[in-house]
Design a protein around this ligand. Structure first.
Ligand SMILES: *[C@@H]1O[C@H](CO)[C@@H](O)[C@H](O)[C@H]1NC(C)=O
Ligand SMILES: *[C@@H]1O[C@H](CO)[C@@H](O)[C@H](O)[C@H]1NC(C)=O
Length: 133
């Protein structure tokens, strides 16, 4: 968690605009699967700072692409918790939430960390999957 705290402070700096320019960016694909009837999955081209966390990339994407938005809440132990993507909210009552998945050479895996700790790798596919628990 120390490294995550460090990354968090780096992220704050990078969002303020200074580090992002110096550190360079890598690109990856973000796939949003809302799993709603009559809805297709959406693909976005996203950019993360070098060794930057997903939260930064999602924020950058939301700021530059009107077709993507998200909201999150702050959790003291786990960092940012993804509450909604493109206006669709997870619901405690309905047992729904957005899970973070990553497409790897060995198939799709579930990330063990949240959006403020996950570090996207160049050219990978990160999936936000609306699902139930
Ligand atoms: C977020 O995206 C959804 C789906 O495109 C849209 O209906 C909603 O108005 C957007 N919300 C904001 C705050 O932009
Ligand atoms: C994504 O969510 C859907 C709907 O809950 C579920 O059926 C599917 O298994 C999930 N995908 C993965 C790769 O876990």
């Amino acid at each position: 968690m120390v490294s995550c705290a460090l990354l968090w402070s780096l992220l704050v700096i990078s969002l303020s605009g200074t580090l992002a320019q110096n550190a360079g960016q890598l690109s990856f694909d973000l796939e949003v699967r809302d799993n709603q009837p009559n809805s297709n999955l959406k693909m976005y081209h996203a950019h993360a700072a070098f060794r930057g966390v997903l939260f930064g990339a999602l924020t950058r994407l939301a700021n530059s692409n009107p077709d993507f938005n998200f909201t999150s809440s702050e959790h003291i132990d786990y960092g940012a918790y993804l509450e909604s993507v493109n206006g669709l909210f997870g619901s405690f009552q309905d047992h729904t939430y957005w899970e973070l998945l990553v497409q790897t050479a060995n198939g799709i895996i579930r990330s063990s960390v949240g959006i403020s700790c996950y570090i996207p790798q160049a050219n990978e596919v990160v999936i936000l999957n609306f699902t139930t628990w």
